[in-house]
Design a protein around this ligand. Sequence first.
Ligand code: HEC
Ligand code: HEC
Ligand code: HEC
Ligand code: HEC
Ligand code: HEC
Length: 169
Amino acid sequence: MRSRFLKITMFVALATLIGFSACINPRQGYAPTQPIAFSHQLHAGQNQIPCRYCHTSVGEGPHASVPSVNTCMNCHSLVKTNSPEVRKIHAAWKNDEPIEWVKVHDLPDHARFSHQPHITAGVDCVECHGQVNSMEVIEVVKPFNMGWCVNCHRQPEYNAPVDCVTCHY
Ligand code: HEC
Ligand code: HEC
Ligand code: HEC
Ligand code: HEC
Ligand code: HEC
C-alpha cells in the first residue's frame, strides 16, 4: 500500500516537473515579437557590430547581458532618427525607462547553466544559438533540453562532466 502510494506520488511529481519545465523552457522555433523591431541581421550581420559590443557580460558569469537604452543611443542619437522604430528608443531614453525585451531562451530554475565555462572552453555562440547574424528576429534553433546538453558534453572533443550535480542544484 505504502509503496504504491509512493510510486503514484513520484509519478505525479515527475509528470508535474516535466510539464512545468515544458511550460517555462521555450522550445525550438520560439521567436517572440519584441517591443522594437530590432534586427540582428542588420546589426551583427550587415553592419558587423561584434556580439560583445552589446552583450558585454557574456563569458564573465552565468548570464549574457542585454544592452541598455544607452547602448542603442550611442548610434541612434544620430542614425535613422526619423524611423518610427528608432523613435521608440528615443522615447524610452527621454522617459528614463528600460526597453522591455521579451526573454527568448530561458531554462527552468532547477537547471544550472553558465555561459562562462562554455566561452572559456571556446564553444562559439553559433553552437547553441545558431546563425544569429542572419536572423531578422531571434529564434530558438536548438532543442535546449537535457539530452541536447548531455550529448554535447559527451563529445570526445569536449569531454565535459555529465554527472547530475553538474547541471542540477
Ligand atoms: C547592436 C546590439 C546587438 C548586437 C551587436 C548583438 N545583439 Fe544580440 N540582442 C540584442 C538585443 C537588443 C536583444 C534583445 C532583443 C531580441 O531578442 O532581439 C538581443 C538578444 C539576443 C539573444 C536572445 C536573448 C534571449 O532573450 O534569449 C541572443 C541569443 C543574442 N542576442 C545573441 C547575439 C549574438 C550571437 C550576437 C553576435 C552574432 C549578437 N547577439 C549581437 C542586441 C545585440
Ligand atoms: C554601433 C551602432 C549601432 C548600435 C549600438 C545600434 N544600432 Fe540600430 N542601427 C545601426 C545602423 C547602422 C542601422 C542601419 C541604418 C540604415 O539602414 O541606414 C540601424 C538600424 C536600426 C533599426 C532599423 C530602423 C529602420 O526603420 O530602418 C532599428 C529598429 C534599430 N537599429 C534598433 C536598435 C536598437 C534597439 C539598438 C540597441 C539595442 C540599436 N539599434 C543599437 C547602428 C546601431
Ligand atoms: C553552450 C551553449 C551556449 C553558448 C555557447 C552560448 N549560449 Fe547564450 N544561452 C545559452 C542558454 C542555455 C541560455 C539560457 C540561459 C538561462 O535561461 O539561464 C542562453 C541565453 C543567452 C542570452 C539571454 C540572456 C541570458 O544569459 O539568459 C543571451 C543574450 C545570449 N545567450 C547570448 C550569447 C552570446 C552572445 C554567446 C556567444 C558569445 C552565447 N550566448 C553563447 C546557451 C549558450
Ligand atoms: C556545444 C557543446 C555544449 C552544449 C550544447 C552544452 N555544453 Fe555545457 N559545457 C561544454 C563544454 C565544452 C564545457 C567546459 C568543460 C570544461 O571546462 O572542461 C561545459 C561546461 C558546462 C558546465 C560547467 C561544468 C563544470 O563544473 O566544470 C555546466 C554547468 C554546463 N556545461 C551546463 C550545460 C547545460 C545546462 C547545457 C544545456 C542547456 C549545456 N551545458 C550545453 C559544452 C557544451
Ligand atoms: C549537462 C547538463 C545536465 C546534466 C548532466 C543532467 N541534466 Fe537533467 N536537465 C538539464 C536541463 C537543461 C533540464 C531542463 C530541460 C528542459 O527544460 O527541457 C533538465 C531536466 C531534468 C529533469 C526534468 C525533466 C525534464 O526532462 O525536463 C529531471 C528529472 C532531470 N533533469 C534529472 C537529471 C538526472 C537524474 C541527471 C543525472 C543522471 C541529470 N538530470 C543530468 C541538464 C542536465
